[in-house]
Design a protein around this ligand. Structure first.
Ligand SMILES: [Zn+2]
Length: 252
């Protein structure tokens, strides 16, 4: 399993010959402590490339395949009360992976907190709940939202398609393109990559056009409820499909 390296255990400079070389067990470490910043944050220097860096130099999620921003965003969504299972479905990460990030993030404590509060506007109380959850390791104690596995697709300004998880309100996918159909194709391509490889999930839409064309394009299936080129027929949704009109009434 991938591990978090402690800040100061390696050089984060990609151009350095000793980039990412862990210091553990090294007789001649290339990283040395180099005073502190005005705010009291430990500064380090790499003797090989002479670069200095601090605990907040984008090294939190060292050697992770997933970009740091994405990991932090996932943690932020957890802190906001989304359940791991729905995040896994929405983001396409394994639940174990998310749990591992969470446990390891807890070890970084303040640095992670700083990033989550500054970049994702996570509140102090939410973080406390998050760490309490890590300590207890009991999912029952964690405030989670229920989910039904339904999605809501929405079109904005006729070329921005958004797919939301109905219950968590998480944005699952977004497509921006020249027109509605192309934008929704982007959405379904993202869904296909992220946990819905075989077919589109149960979806409610606000009635924008292009959803059927997009599904045909991405999944190669023509849903029962409509034909190509027509807007969804709200009275004849196939099993598991519901369409919602702009006035908020759901038709089945
Ligand atoms: Zn270096």
């Amino acid at each position: 399993m991938e591990q978090f390296a402690k800040i100061g255990d390696f050089c984060p400079n990609e151009a350095c010959p000793d980039y990412a070389k862990l210091q553990d067990g090294q007789r001649q470490p290339n990283i040395i402590k180099s005073g502190k910043t005005k705010k009291g944050v430990q500064r380090y220097q790499c003797k090989t490339c002479k670069k200095t860096f601090t605990e907040t130099t984008g090294t939190l999620f060292f050697r992770k395949r997933t970009p740091e921003h994405e990991i932090l965003e996932t943690l932020a969504l957890l802190a906001e009360g989304n359940r791991i299972s729905s995040l896994s479905r929405v983001k396409g990460f394994k639940e174990d992976t998310i749990l591992a990030w969470l446990r390891e993030a807890a070890q970084h404590g303040e640095v992670v907190e700083e990033a989550l509060m500054a970049e994702f506007e996570v509140k102090r109380g939410q973080l406390d709940a998050l760490w309490a959850y890590v300590r207890n390791k009991g999912e029952k104690n964690y405030p989670e939202t229920d989910e039904s596995g339904q999605f809501w697709s929405k079109m904005r300004r006729s070329r921005r398609a958004t797919m939301l998880d109905m219950d968590s309100r998480l944005r699952v996918a977004r497509g921006i393109a020249k027109n509605e159909t192309l934008a929704s194709i982007e959405v379904f391509k993202t869904l296909k990559r992220r946990g819905h490889p075989d077919g589109p999930p149960p979806t409610i839409s606000d009635g924008w056009g292009g959803i059927d064309d997009a599904m045909i394009e991405v999944y190669g299936v023509v849903p029962e409820y409509s034909g190509r080129g027509r807007p969804p027929t709200r009275k004849k949704a196939c099993q598991g499909w519901h369409f919602q009109s702009a006035n908020g009434q759901t038709a089945r």
